[in-house]
Design a protein around this ligand. Structure first.
Ligand SMILES: Cc1ncc(COP(=O)(O)O)c(C=O)c1O
Length: 493
C-alpha cells in the first residue's frame, strides 16, 4: 500500500513529527480507514527515503495516542475505533453542565457546590491587616533547610510507601510531650495523629462522625473552615452566642436536640479572641458528658499568649473521653507546611487513622522527620519564645494606636492571645463601604460579619491580623483608617 505523504527535509519540524501529523491527518480525514493496515516501517522508510527509526518513532507516538495499533505477527493497523471519531460521536455538551447536574453528585458533592467559594488570595495592599499568616520573615529557613538536607542524605525509607498513616511515631512522641508540658493535654503518643493541617483534622472528623441531618453546635461567630466541613456532611448547624467567657454553655444547654459535636476554640476564640473561662470549660465538659456529645477543641494559636497564664486545655480536664483536640504548626512554622495533629480519645484512634489512610495514605514524611528534629533539638520552643516577643510588641502597638486614634469609639476583644484581635468600631457605615474605602487607600481590612451564622444587627466589627506588619506599618495603617472614617463621617456617612 502506498501512502501519499510528502515530508519536507528542509523544515525545522523533525521528520518523525511531520510524519506523525500526516498519518494522523489521513486517519481523521478518512483517507486511512479503521482496521486498515499500514505499510511496514521498513517499506515506508524506504519509499520516503527516511530512516526506519523515524517511522518507528512516529508509529509509536500514534499508538500511544490511540490512532494505530500493533497486531502481533501481523503488522500496524489503524485502530478499529479512533479517538476523535469517538469524540465526534458524543453529544456536544460542555463538560461543566454535566458536572453541575445535581443528579450526578453525591450528597457531599451537592453540599460542596453550594458552599460559596473559599477565599484563596487577597489583593496586594500597602498595609494589610489580613489575618492568618505568621511573620514568615523570622522563620529560620537556613536551619530548617539543613535539617531537611540531613534527612534527604540519610533516609532511603523516605522514598517508599512504608509509613504509618497516623504519622511518624517519634514526631507523635514529641507532640505528646510538648502538649503535656505546655497545654496540660493528657495523652499517649498513640492518640496523636498527624494530618495535613487542622483543616484535614476537621474534615476527617466530620466525615467519620456526621451523617446528614446530625446536629452540630458552633460558636457564633466561628471558624469558617470548620463550618464548611460540617456543611459538607449536610449537618444542621446550631449557632451558639459567644460572650466574654467564650461559648455560652447555658444557652447551649437550653437546646434539646441531640448534638453529635460542638466545635470550640477555647484558648483564643475565633474570631472574637476571648478566652473561655474555667467555669465555662467545666460546664461544657459536664454538658458533653451528660448529652454524650463530642467536643472539638480547636487550639489553633494558643502558643501565643501574652501576660496571663494559659488555662489548661479542655482535653486535659476531660474524664469522659469527650474531647478531640486539634493543633497545627501553621502559626508557628508556616501554613504551607501543612502539618497539624489530632489528639483523639483511644476509642477513635483506629477510625481516624483509617480515614486518614483512605484520604491520602499519610502526610509527607520528609517534613515529619525534620519537624521531629526541630522539636527534639529545642528549636521549636525557642522559636515560639522569640516570636511571642515580636508579636507582643506588634500587638501592643496595635492596641495603643487603636486607642489613640479612635479613643472611646473602639472596643478591643481578645488581645491577650494569638496573632489577631477583633475590634468593634462605632460607626453607622456598612462594613463593606468601610472596607472599600480602606482598600482604595491601600489598607486591607476584614469584617467579622461573614463569620456569623446569624449576622448581627450592628456594623463595625473587624478582625485585625498583625503578625506580618512592622510596628510602624501598624501605626500608619490605624492612623489612616481613623482619617478615612472621620472623612466619611464628615461626608455624611
Ligand atoms: C480556628 C482555626 N482553626 C484552625 C486553623 C488552622 O488551619 P490549618 O492548620 O489547616 O492551617 C485556623 C487558621 O487560620 C483557624 O483560624
Amino acid at each position: 500500500m502506498d501512502l501519499a505523504i510528502h515530508l519536507d527535509s528542509t523544515s525545522k519540524i523533525p521528520l518523525y513529527q511531520q510524519l506523525t501529523e500526516k498519518i494522523r491527518g489521513a486517519v481523521l480525514e478518512g483517507r486511512l480507514k479503521p482496521n486498515q493496515k499500514l505499510p511496514s516501517s521498513r517499506s515506508l522508510a524506504k519509499s520516503l527515503t527516511i530512516s526506519r527509526s523515524t517511522v518507528t518513532q512516529s508509529y509509536e507516538q500514534l499508538e500511544s495516542e490511540g490512532y494505530l495499533e500493533t497486531r502481533h505477527g501481523s503488522g500496524t493497523y489503524v485502530c478499529h475505533q479512533i479517538p476523535d471519531e469517538w469524540l465526534k460521536s458524543q453529544p456536544i455538551e460542555p463538560v461543566t453542565s454535566k458536572i453541575a447536574k445535581a443528579s450526578t453528585l453525591s450528597q457531599l458533592g451537592k453540599s460542596l457546590i453550594s458552599i460559596e467559594s473559599l477565599e484563596l488570595s487577597e489583593p496586594d495592599y500597602a498595609i494589610s491587616f489580613s489575618y492568618g499568616n505568621p511573620a514568615s520573615k523570622y522563620f529560620p529557613m537556613e536551619q530548617w533547610r539543613k535539617i531537611l538536607a540531613r534527612h534527604c542524605q540519610n533516609s532511603p525509607a523516605l522514598l517508599n510507601y512504608a509509613a504509618d498513616a497516623a504519622g511518624y511515631f517519634p514526631l507523635r512522641v514529641e507532640i505528646a510531650n510538648y502538649l503535656g508540658r505546655s497545654r496540660a493535654v493528657r495523652c499517649t503518643p498513640e492518640q496523636v495523629i498527624i494530618v495535613n493541617g487542622s483543616q484535614q483534622a476537621l474534615d476527617l472528623i466530620a466525615r467519620g462522625i456526621l451523617d446528614s441531618g446530625d446536629w452540630v453546635a458552633m460558636e457564633d461567630p466561628g471558624y469558617l473552615g470548620a463550618r464548611h466541613c460540617f456543611m459538607g456532611q449536610c449537618a444542621n448547624l446550631q449557632p451558639i452566642a459567644v460572650n466574654s467567657d467564650g461559648l455560652d454553655v447555658e444557652v447551649l444547654s437550653q437546646y434539646h436536640q441531640k448534638f453529635k459535636l460542638v466545635h470550640v476554640t477555647p484558648s483564643h476564640q475565633f474570631p472574637t479572641g476571648v478566652t473561655m473561662s474555667l467555669p465555662q470549660r467545666i460546664a461544657l465538659l459536664q454538658w458533653a458528658q451528660k448529652t454524650d456529645s463530642l467536643i472539638i477543641e480547636d487550639d489553633y494559636d494558643s502558643e501565643y499568649r501574652y501576660g496571663e497564664q494559659p488555662i489548661p486545655a479542655l482535653q486535659g480536664m476531660d474524664r469522659s473521653q469527650s474531647v478531640i483536640y486539634i493543633g497545627t504548626f501553621s502559626k508557628i512554622l508556616f501554613p504551607s507546611l501543612r502539618i497539624g495533629y489530632l489528639v483523639v480519645p483511644p476509642s477513635l484512634i483506629s477510625l481516624v487513622t483509617t480515614a486518614k489512610w483512605l484520604c491520602d495514605r499519610f502526610s509527607p514524611i520528609l517534613e515529619q522527620y525534620a519537624l521531629t528534629d526541630w522539636m527534639g533539638e529545642g528549636h521549636f520552643e525557642r522559636h515560639i519564645r522569640r516570636m511571642r516577643h515580636i508579636y507582643d510588641l506588634r500587638r501592643q502597638t496595635l492596641v495603643k494606636a487603636l486607642k489613640e486614634y479612635f479613643g472611646s469609639r473602639v472596643t478591643i476583644f481578645g488581645e491577650n492571645a494569638g496573632i489577631h484581635l477583633m475590634v468593634k468600631i462605632e460607626t453607622v457605615l456598612p462594613d463593606d463601604i468601610v472596607i472599600e474605602k480602606a482598600a482604595a487607600a491601600g489598607i486591607g481590612l476584614i469584617s467579622a460579619r461573614g463569620y456569623y451564622l446569624q449576622p448581627p444587627q450592628h456594623q463595625g466589627e473587624f478582625i485585625f491580623g498583625y503578625a506580618q506588619l512592622e510596628e510602624s506599618e501598624i501605626e500608619q495603617g490605624i492612623l489612616k483608617l481613623s482619617q478615612i472614617l472621620e472623612q466619611m463621617k464628615d461626608e455624611g456617612g
